[in-house]
Design a protein around this ligand. Structure first.
Ligand code: NDP
Length: 344
């Protein structure tokens, strides 16, 4: 492949983590950026999205998507500027959503690029509230959770990209939103800025008792983002016919193939799935791709009206991506985690 005058910097998967990733699992590599061929564009990455799913991609085992190979660039969603175009549909200066990974420059044939209009919304929102995480909340909650007015909807990681939207959309649909978050600052944000009806700190010793008091009429929808201890506290509170969209299990991602350590909960879970007629349904957001136009329309309207608010946690410089990503798996981010790779 021909090279351009731009210097690229990439972050590669250097080795597969055993448990919690460390910065040694990543390697930084500089080299010339590729030159676009006919029908291609050269993208300058402005923002990189860091998301929990990337932890799965670091493992050798295939999950719902292929792992990143050792020595390959870490993958990820990006917002980029077209700096050279040899593609009829894109001009220099266009801002696009792409999936270019942890690097400063990338070449694309145009497939999967979506043009963004910076006058409509801040371009970072395409990675968060108006992007994959926001859509995950929208599609999982409305299709599987189906909250009804007056019902109680519980969501953990409630200050984060997905959870913050879940609770607010539940409220838009007339349900009562109870958030679970880590620490006083996140809890204050969820209650006061996002307007959840109640919020509980999962780091407090009497977390399970506090959650039970915050849900006096039980739980009708539990949007599962976390698993582990949080699941244990939520599980006894399910009402008959509760719906449980299983979106993520972040508390388990660093625990390898054996899952989360602890007693076998399966017999009790199966008993309640049966006796309470629970609906437990896992999903990957792309399953609901046909709902994206409705999401962009409704999501934009809700943001404009102030009923859907969001917070972004922007880290400067691609060199800091590994550290920031490791922190995400431990709750150190506060809002949708994004790396500013270059200035707009
Ligand atoms: P967030 O922005 O919410 O960041 C992750 C948050 O998870 C942390 O800030 C922390 O919040 C919480 N967390 C981390 N580790 C633990 C732990 N051990 N125990 C309890 N909480 C923990 O991330 P996203 O909104 O992007 O993702 C939320 C979930 O949604 C993830 O599980 C992710 O994998 C899943 N997801 C699934 C998709 C799908 O298609 N099914 C698509 C996108 C995301 P706090 O400090 O408040 O505990």
């Amino acid at each position: 492949m021909a090279t351009s005058t731009y210097t690229n910097r990439r972050i590669l998967l250097a080795s597969r983590p055993d448990g919690t990733p460390t910065t040694h699992n990543f390697r930084l590599e500089d080299g010339p950026a590729p030159e676009p061929s006919e029908g291609e564009v050269l993208l300058k990455i402005l923002y990189l999205s860091l998301d929990p799913y990337m932890r799965w991609r670091m493992n050798a085992a295939k999950s719902y998507a292929k792992p990143v190979e050792v020595g390959d660039t870490m993958e990820g969603g990006t917002v980029a500027e077209v700096v050279r175009s040899r593609h009829p549909d894109f001009s220099e200066g266009d801002i696009v959503l792409s999936h270019s990974g942890w690097q400063k420059y990338a070449v694309s044939g145009g497939n999967g690029l979506r043009k963004l209009d910076p006058s409509q919304a801040p371009i970072t929102t395409a990675l968060g509230v108006l992007g994959m995480p926001g859509f995950t909340a929208y599609s999982g909650l409305l299709t599987i959770g189906q909250p009804k007015p007056g019902e109680t909807v519980v969501v953990a990681a409630a200050s984060g990209a997905v959870g913050s939207a879940v609770g607010q959309i539940a409220r838009i649909k007339g349900a009562r939103a109870v958030g679970i978050a880590g620490g006083a600052d996140k809890c204050a944000f969820v209650r006061n800025e996002l307007g959840f009806d109640a919020v509980i700190d999962h780091r407090t010793p009497d977390f399970a008792a506090q959650l039970a008091s915050a849900c006096p009429e039980g739980i009708d929808v539990y949007f599962e983002n976390v698993g582990g201890r949080v699941w244990d506290a939520v599980f006894p509170l399910f009402n008959e016919f509760a719906r449980i969209p299983v979106c993520g299990l972040i508390a388990q991602y660093n625990h390898g193939a054996d899952g989360f350590p602890g007693p076998d909960r399966l017999p009790l879970v199966m008993r309640d799935i049966l006796s309470k007629s629970l609906l437990v349904r896992g999903f990957i957001q792309r399953e609901f791709v046909d709902q994206r136009p409705a999401f962009y329309r409704e999501g934009s309207e809700w943001i404009a009206s102030g009923s859907l608010r969001y917070r972004e946690d922007v880290v400067d410089g691609i060199d800091n991506a590994p550290e920031a990503f490791i922190g995400l798996l431990d709750g150190r981010n506060f809002g949708k985690l994004i790396v500013r790779v270059a200035t707009e």
